[in-house]
Design a protein around this ligand. Structure first.
Ligand SMILES: Nc1ncnc2c1ncn2[C@@H]1O[C@H](COP(=O)(O)OP(=O)(O)OP(=O)(O)O)[C@@H](O)[C@H]1O
Length: 777
């Protein structure tokens, strides 16, 4: 299968060969480095920095730099990076996504390329999944960097604005993509001189790459303010409740849409006593869609939990309940209404960037993850990055059992209890992992019914995580968890010489990768351990009508379906599911890419504005653009002379006579007469503009144009984001029946983009000509 071509061929990929060769040279450089005193290490780094400034490239400095890092790590942490880590570090330098199994020491590996890239003096960002890991890793690795004379800082939610500005000057910055993306956005909402805190994005080394580069590629941090949206969510939730699926609306789970049918629309309008469809009240129609989505697509305790009267979204990959995760676009309010909670004020998004686009800002990007299986193609397609598997330092001793299929959920549950009981009986710690709180609850009840003591770690209590995990390696302890990927979860065995942790995964899992992550909780860094995976024929992801007879027979037992082939082939469908998810991701990214392309142009223009304001020549351009459009749009004929004159007069103090306008309107929009008129209008307005600048004085005029443009651009951008979201949410697409929704979205987005710049030009000149400036006398 092509997905595995990198590994399946049996040949050593060239990247790995290069890295191994480097590792041998690093080893040769070690003796010399070992003889140096501490400040000798720093001086050696200074010399490398100088050589880089003098033009030597990072490739050729790699062996010496890595040898220095190795020595510094040995001196400060007492941990000398293994050859595998050196190879991994080199592969990171080359921009690969490396796979290193859990517990192999990715944290230390990242310091090697981080120091190398820091030689360039542009700052290196080491990105990881959450603030806890940021703080842990920065504190842990800090001494290595400092011994080599590099500054290392962390940015978390708690870092204030001044500290952030300072932090971006450091050689190495630890942070989450989320926090750093916020800074990027803040920067682009900021004014001249103030709030400009980041530097060009040079190099990022991304830990937990599967989470941050794939799962969160389309999650978009955004900065928003409270809007004054309407408060009819509750009424609409009530209506959504009365509507019946199939009859009043159609649910498309794959697309994430719920669309009312003709009959549904009629019922809604009837109950509201008002027309809202066919463009009568687009906003209301959109909010009703949201109410239906909240009803059909979001399941309590699977997608969100209600804690202290507030909704918290559950983060899919990590199964954490997030306090600050919002869905945006009014969905949060619809969910509040569905649950009968007080509705939050709607937020107006001022700036947003997807995880994918944010990472795309870096000139050098590298990734580290515990599992690349099934994802090789995704990294290549999305990021153009190749995956490199790094062999474990100590061989994996964990025994992975083949997946076992049970006929029914009930049979599965019994088998789980029986297995837990058996394994616990041998005195080893047992970890049962699943994705949903619902399944975890069932398992917990079944265990309790058998009198088996256990701990639960779910989205509802992840604040107790550290304490629960600390005990999870005790002999005979049983832990049920839904936080599947278990980022940074390090279950330490209380008895290292014992049989090790037994991990039991219970389907349905959302992907094969989840399964591998979960299995990887056992047997860390060469520890002993065992893993198994049970799933049920009733799993929604698997449809198997053929086996019904046999399933009925086995339904009340804890016997697995005995055909191994069946289990494997169904298990294969879980892989297919990851493929499907990858397709979904690609699909979502296509939508996001449209917005990104607008954003990059917009931000570039905004940066230019901050750097040099709006020159008179640029103002002339905008005058040309806006007024020409007005003249061109006017209807032909003498009857419209008054209308056009009036319109132009509201924009600037027009001096052109009626006869000239009448002559221009005699011809059609693209006639010579019309073009002549447009030329005349533009000349006329430019002259007024020059007079205005002279009246104000050059300095004030410059400042005024800058201020106007900044406020107009920011306001229009907010509008634009909102319009794009509306276009994507499908309300405006629905009327155009059939066709490719993405193509329709693209078309709508292109029109909106043109509108954005047209309105910016129009509003800018409107204010420039008309804003009354009060000057101190
Ligand atoms: N070269 C080394 N020599 C000795 N110990 C090491 C070395 N490298 C890493 N370790 C130790 O191995 C353990 C695991 O390291 P780390 O947490 O970085 O692994 P990881 O690959 O990030 O695992 P996970 O995928 O679970 O996050 C740590 O306790 C670390 O101190």
């Amino acid at each position: 299968m092509s997905r595995f071509r990198l590994f399946g061929s049996g040949k050593t990929p060239p990247v790995l060969e290069r890295c191994r060769a480097w590792a041998r040279i690093v080893a040769q450089a070690e003796d010399e480095v070992r003889a140096l005193p501490d400040d000798g290490l720093r001086q050696a780094v200074d010399r490398l920095r100088q050589r880089h400034q003098d033009g030597e490239d990072l490739d050729s400095l790699l062996p010496e730099m890595f040898a220095l890092v190795r020595e510094a790590a040995a001196r400060t942490l007492g941990e000398r990076p293994h050859d595998e880590q050196v190879i991994g570090g080199a592969a990171l330098h080359l921009g690969s996504v490396i796979e290193m199994k859990t517990g192999e020491g990715k944290t230390l590996t990242a310091t090697l390329p981080a120091c190398l890239h820091a030689l360039a003096g542009n700052g290196v960002h080491v990105l990881t999944a959450n603030d806890y890991l940021v703080a842990r890793d920065a504190a842990w690795m800090g001494p290595v960097y400092r011994m080599l004379g590099f500054t290392c800082v962390q940015i978390t939610d708690e870092t204030g604005p001044d500290a952030r500005r300072e932090a971006y000057r450091a050689d190495i910055v630890y942070g989450t993509p989320r926090e750093l993306a916020y800074d990027y956005l803040r920067h682009h909402l900021g004014d001249r001189d103030r709030d400009t805190i980041h530097r060009p994005y040079f190099s990022a080394i991304v830990d937990e790459a599967d989470l941050l580069m794939l799962d969160e590629a389309t999650t978009a941090p955004h900065i928003s303010v409270d809007g004054d949206g309407p408060s009819d969510h509750r009424q609409l939730a009530g209506i959504a409740d009365r509507l019946r699926p199939g009859e009043h609306y159609a649910v498309d789970k794959a697309r994430g849409t719920v669309l009312p049918t003709e009959q549904g629309m009629a019922a809604v309008e009837d109950w509201l006593g008002a027309e809202i469809y066919n463009g009568a009240d687009v906003d209301m129609a959109r909010r009703l869609d949201l109410a239906l989505q909240a009803k059909e697509l979001y399941v309590r305790d699977r997608d969100y939990v209600v804690v202290d009267g507030a909704i918290r979204m559950i983060d899919g990959p990590t199964q954490r309940a997030l306090t600050d995760r919002v869905l945006g676009g009014g969905l949060d309010q619809a969910l509040d209404a569905k649950e009968g909670l007080e509705t939050r004020p709607e937020r107006v998004v001022m700036a947003t960037i997807s995880g994918f686009a944010f990472l795309g800002l870096y000139r050098r990007l590298a990734g580290m993850t515990g599992v690349v299986e099934g994802e090789v193609e995704a990294y290549r397609d999305l990021y153009g990055m190749e995956c490199v598997r790094i062999a474990p330092h100590r061989p994996v001793r964990r025994v992975d059992h083949a997946p076992v299929l049970y006929a029914t959920d009930k049979a599965l549950l019994r088998a789980v209890v029986k297995t837990v009981e058996q394994q616990r009986g041998t005195g080893r710690p047992v970890l049962v992992g699943t994705v949903s709180d619902e399944v975890a609850d069932k398992i917990s009840r079944a265990l309790a019914a058998q009198g088996i003591d256990h701990e639960m770690l779910t989205a509802r209590n992840h604040d107790l995580e550290a304490a629960i995990i600390a005990r999870a390696g005790d002999p005979g302890s049983v832990t049920v968890l839904t936080r599947m990927a278990g980022r940074g979860v390090d279950i330490r065995l209380a008895e290292p010489e014992g049989p090790g942790l037994y991990v039991l995964g219970v389907g349905p899992l959302s992907s094969r990768r989840m399964e591998l992550h979960l299995r990887g909780r056992a047997g860390r860094g060469g520890d002993p351990g065992e893993s198994a995976f049970f799933f049920s024929g009733e799993d929604k992801n698997i449809h198997l009508p053929k086996f019904t007879a046999r399933m009925v027979e086995l339904a009340d037992t804890e016997e697995p379906l005995d055909s191994r082939g069946v289990a494997w082939s169904l298990h294969g469908r879980l892989n297919a599911l990851s493929d499907w998810q990858a397709q979904q991701l690609a699909q979502n990214l296509r939508y996001a890419a449209v917005q990104e392309s607008h954003r990059s142009v917009f931000y570039a223009k905004r940066d230019a504005l901050l750097a040099h304001g709006v020159t008179m020549a640029e103002a002339d351009e905008l005058i040309d653009q806006a007024l020409r459009a007005v003249v061109r749009a006017a209807p032909t004929g003498a009857a419209h002379v008054g209308g056009l004159t009036q319109e132009l007069a509201t924009i600037y103090a027009i001096t052109i006579g009626r006869e000239e306008i009448a002559a221009g309107l005699a011809g059609g929009a693209s006639s010579k007469a019309r073009t002549d008129l447009a030329d005349a209008v533009v000349r006329d307005a430019r002259a007024v503009s020059v007079r205005r600048a002279a009246d104000l004085g050059a300095d004030i005029a410059d400042e005024l144009r800058y201020r106007i443009m900044l406020s107009v651009m920011d306001r229009q951008w907010r509008e634009h984001l909102r319009s794009l979201e509306d276009a994507a949410s499908g309300v405006s697409l629905r009327t155009a029946a059939g066709g490719d929704p993405f193509a329709m979205y693209q078309k709508a987005a292109t029109e909106l983009d043109a509108k954005l710049w047209r309105e910016i030009a129009e509003q800018f000149i409107g204010y420039w000509f008309n804003l009354v400036v009060e000057m101190p006398s």
